[in-house]
Design a protein around this ligand. Structure first.
Ligand SMILES: [Zn+2]
Length: 179
């Protein structure tokens, strides 16, 4: 699978995405092609573009962190795509896996998105005590997720597909520094 590097408007490397998503970014006028494969073109119904190796966002995106994402309730909801970690339905609240009353902290690994009903049902108990299994394991967002957060889309369901940044591509920290 071909990957395309995304640069911020300032030319700072942000992340990589699939070629398909990079093309969508360009088609939506959100990015311009900075570097392309010589002689290769993407052709479809109404597309005829050089295959982009590097695209640059037209608008500067403020990325609040590079290595670690600061924890926030909103961030947890975005990370979990507004899906309840206990039932999979739409989540509007953040649950502390280990409740704060039991020493649980405001951290990525101790918090999950939860629907109000499950959050209320679990109350001041651990999942084991409440007999409620976590469907997903909480994780620390990658720098690629930071891009998503920075673009300000809070409703997971409404995220454009190109924003589902590839996780396999490595973190922004591994990308070469700008010249
Ligand atoms: Zn739920």
């Amino acid at each position: 699978m071909r990957e395309t590097l995304i640069l911020n408007a300032s030319f700072e490397p942000l992340s990589t995405v699939s070629l398909r998503r990079a093309v969508v970014l360009v088609m939506q006028d959100k990015a311009v092609v900075e570097q392309s494969h010589p002689g290769l073109r993407v052709r479809a119904a109404n597309i005829d573009l050089p295959v982009p190796q590097v695209v640059r966002l037209r608008r500067y995106v403020r990325v609040p962190f590079r290595q670690r994402a600061p924890w926030s309730r909103r961030g947890v909801l975005v990370r979990d795509r507004h899906r309840c970690a206990y039932c999979g339905r739409r989540a509007t609240t953040v649950d502390h896996v280990v409740p704060r009353s039991r020493g649980g902290t405001d951290t990525w690994l101790n918090t999950v998105a939860a629907c109000a009903a499950d959050n209320h049902r679990k109350a001041d108990r651990t999942p084991a005590q409440a007999g409620m299994a976590l469907l997903v394991k909480p994780f620390e967002p990658t720098p690629a997720d930071a891009l998503l957060l920075a673009l300000g889309r809070t409703d997971g369901a409404a995220l454009p597909e190109w924003l589902t940044v590839s996780r396999a591509a490595g973190s922004a920290a591994e990308l070469p520094a700008t010249a």
